[in-house]
Design a protein around this ligand. Sequence first.
Ligand code: PLP
Length: 441
Amino acid sequence: MGDQAAKLDLDAFWMPFTANRRYKANPQIFFQSAAGMYYTTPDGRRVLDGTAGLWCVSAGHGRRGIAEAIAQQIQTLDYAPAFQAGHPQPFVLAARIAALAPPSLDHVFFTNSGSEAVDSALKIAIAYHGAKGNGQKLRFISRERGYHGVNFGGLSVAGIGRNRRQFPLMLPGVDFLPHTHAFENMAFSRGQPAWGVHLADALDRLVELHDASTIAAVIVEPVAAAAGVLVPPQGYLQRLREICSKHDILLIFDEVVTGFGRLGAPFAAQYTGVTPDLITFAKAVTNATIPLGGVIVSSAVVKAIQNSTDGVELFHGYTYSGHPVACAAGQATLDIYQNERLFERVHNMAPHWEQGLHSLANEPHVIDIRNIGLLGAVDLAPDPRDVVGARGLAVQAECFERGVFVRPVRDTIVLSPPFIIEINQIDEIVATLRAAIRRIN
Ligand code: PLP
């Protein structure tokens, strides 16, 4: 990792989701700076960013317009509260986000992260039913293999067992739909698999089991990202929508990854033609420069809650809800998406991306490939002689050595490059993955 980084004391920073002792004994992946599509390591090597950081640097690194907006805002109004007080930036950004969302979703509640957005959405769902006199509608339905952040609400509806095991205390009353991935029926599907719409009928069975009068909301990621980019079967989200509407169950799309253009439309809602009642977002809204998240809420939900009281309608909010600097960063980010037509660019690049990834189908160990928009995943068979995840880590290390950053989720390589990626850079990611996969055993 270079001399300069080698001199750092790595001890005090308790790294998140990291095997700290193993990493610190050999900190191979270490970044010093970034610009455009590339990270630079401390020893001066350029590494192509195949993941947009953690699915968040969608406009590419080091965008000057965002840096300038942040600097300017700090000098104009560094902070002001938003509890019973106003300042321009969150109003302007909320209106712009609402304008990007499907028409019925027209209010924005700001948080600082995706995890907080999810917990806020769950609370809003409960407040909505309470306001309508349905205080017994408290249950949440989510999905196996879902990831909804790490706070207690999001963890309670999370379907990735490993993340839950250490924290056995959860919200009660959560049940799970089956996940939507089935190798035998959909391996190597391009885009949304043709098989699997019937998996949504499990929601009917859960309604039958628990009764609709106890269910507040269904929360799903339109594309399950952290589980390894599981793409929803054609018609699946539509079916969830129909069942929710029939029973006055709110539908929450967790669009922390898919929001702001990742699929080539502003939100997965527009991409799939399915309008939820709430959308959670974070990450790409500020191009990851300043933490910001939020919930886009339908006017029907907001009005029901507001009409229930003359006073404070939602006893919820964060010191930094609508932080002026984060909101200025958000506006500058939306300017870039708009001026450079980056969502359209994703749409136009997606066929080449799909073609490139699926050209890996016959490489050793490859058991599935998935893609949608500028998201992708390559599944490798776990090494029967080693622990699950060993092959994924080996491919990541091999790619990093060859100048491309990819991310393993166990033995799945997940990919989500910045939207400014060029055709030859897509080819470079694919060629590097091919070489790395051939190299490992
Ligand atoms: N929801 C989804 C779908 C995510 O992918 C993530 C993070 O990756 C989160 C929520 C949590 O976001 P954060 O890490 O900003 O709290």
